[in-house]
Design a protein around this ligand. Structure first.
Ligand code: PGA
Length: 252
């Protein structure tokens, strides 16, 4: 039985003072909800404020939106997994399509980052997803298979079980267009089959596969009901405590 996981990807929104306010609103809105794991990924500079505000139940996991693969060194502008752990992070989002599109990140970089996070005892949330052109060309299943296999390269079955996958069709992110429940379920099932190939059935069965792309309280219920959708990676709607909490409620 997979426990649902809902992560708020705040992207480049909310500095430290607004972070404290949003976290407080979120804790109040989440009160009384159980049986689900909830996480937030604020900008790096707001992690400290978030940690300071996450002082009372319900328990909310803290994560980052990216990380470097090295432990330390001459990598101007980068942050290592151990630094994130020190800030209270237990996970980091990797290979988000905005990182791939605007900052040149690729599967091999995602794989190096995933290895580094696992080594630091943290959870990589590995994002994959096709563009509209790729879907229209009927190449979406193949594209995601390639991304996933390359992004998880070299991760042994023992560690694979700790990874979270997020399927985010690029055409659905921030556009208001969501994949239909059938489209999403088809891809999640496909991803589960790839995970079986990589780590065996028992490991694949325990891995949480999140859906992301314009998830709102209006479409969350039907998406989260699909058998292979184990939660959501929520962008825009996670900046509103009430909306995010309603989405969380639909997962239990
Ligand atoms: P969105 O973003 O919910 O605003 O579409 C999702 C994401 O990019 O993680």
């Amino acid at each position: 039985m997979r426990i649902p996981l809902l992560i708020g990807n705040w992207k480049m929104n909310k500095g430290p003072s607004e972070t404290a306010e949003l976290v407080e609103g979120l804790l109040a809105a989440l009160e009384g909800i159980s049986g689900v794991d909830v996480g937030i990924a604020p900008p790096f500079v707001s992690l400290h404020a978030a940690k300071g505000a996450l002082v009372r139940p319900p328990m909310v996991l803290l994560g980052a939106q990216n990380c470097h693969w090295a432990e330390s060194g001459a990598f101007t502008g980068e942050i290592s997994p151990s630094m994130l752990a020190e800030c209270g992070c237990s996970f980091a989002i990797l290979g988000h399509s905005e990182r791939r599109q605007f900052f040149g990140e690729n599967d091999s970089g995602v794989s190096k980052r995933a290895h580094a996070l696992l080594k630091a005892g943290m959870v990589p949330v590995v994002c994959v997803g096709e563009t509209l052109d790729e879907r229209e060309a009927g190449a979406h299943l193949e594209v995601v298979e390639k991304q996933l296999t390359a992004s998880l390269e070299g991760i042994e079955a023992g560690s694979l079980g700790r990874v979270v996958i997020a399927y985010e069709p690029v055409w659905a992110i921030g556009t208001g267009k969501t994949a239909s429940p059938e489209q999403a379920q088809q891809m999640h099932e496909h991803i589960r089959k790839i995970l079986i190939k990589l780590g065996g059935a028992a490991v694949a069965d325990g891995i949480r596969i999140l859906y992301g792309g314009s998830v709102t309280p209006d479409n969350a219920a039907i998406l989260l009901k699909q058998p292979d959708i184990d939660g959501a990676l929520v962008g825009g709607a996670s900046l509103d405590a009430q909306k995010f909490a309603s989405i969380v409620r639909f997962s239990v």
